[in-house]
Ligand binder design. Structure first.
Ligand code: ADP
Ligand code: 5GP
Length: 184
């Protein structure tokens, strides 16, 4: 029988660098898979359906909720986001590590189905730096950035509820810490 895999939940405020960390981590570890979420947010320029997200209408998303197809879901800055359950189940049964890059409310729901998931919170070195990163990314309108910053304050207050807290100040240092926590 295959050794069961592991579910890793990476959370933290938008703009903290979760995506950057995951993009660096994936090519280094062949048994690590990133779950592709469903969302009702509009695609950003360059985002591809089925690759960055599964882009859905609100009606389609609500049908997925009703059918129990989501491992977790949450409303964030006016849109739905959620993790399709079947691909996660399959990868874990095959002995792989699956990483979810999600916001805090959803990260808390994961425990209900995967009690032994490893839950990691990524922190910015300061709130000012978080704001700079969000703006520097340059792909969200000002209204969306403002909503994300309001939400970030609430999220940062919950960081201690997670198994590990990692500060993403120097990227390489944060990556090394993340690898230690996941693979030790
Ligand atoms: P998230 O996925 O958490 O929303 P991103 O990975 O998109 O965040 O990162 C937001 C911005 O911050 C990007 O422009 C990224 O290049 C930058 N960034 C990420 N990590 C660092 C870091 N350690 N130092 C400086 N800038 C960073
Ligand atoms: P963005 O719009 O910047 O791509 O994502 C906004 C926020 O939603 C980020 O914090 C991101 O981690 C989170 N997110 C992405 N996918 C999911 C998901 O499947 N579930 C939940 N709960 N949050 C998600």
């Amino acid at each position: 029988m295959t050794t069961p895999g592991k579910l890793i939940v990476l959370t933290g405020p938008s703009g903290v660098g979760k995506g950057t960390l995951v993009r660096s981590l994936l090519p280094r570890h062949q048994n690590l898979f990133l779950s592709i979420s469903a969302t009702t947010r509009q695609p950003r320029p360059g985002e591809v359906d089925g690759q960055d997200y599964f882009f859905k209408t609100r009606e389609q998303f609500e049908t997925m909720i009703a059918a129990g197809e989501l491992l977790e879901w949450a409303e964030y800055a006016g849109n739905y986001y959620g993790t399709p359950l079947p691909p996660v189940k399959t990868q874990i049964q095959q002995g792989n590590f699956v990483i979810l890059e999600i916001e805090v409310i959803g990260a808390n729901q994961v425990k209900e189905i995967y009690a032994d998931a490893l839950r990691i919170f990524i922190l910015p070195p300061s709130f000012e730096e978080l704001e700079q990163r969000l703006r520097g990314r340059g792909n969200d309108p000002e209204a969306a950035i403002a909503k994300r910053l309001v939400r970030a304050k609430e999220e940062l207050a919950m960081s201690h509820e997670f198994d590990h807290e990692i500060v993403n100040d120097d990227l390489e240092t944060a990556l090394t810490e993340l690898e230690k926590v996941i693979f030790s």
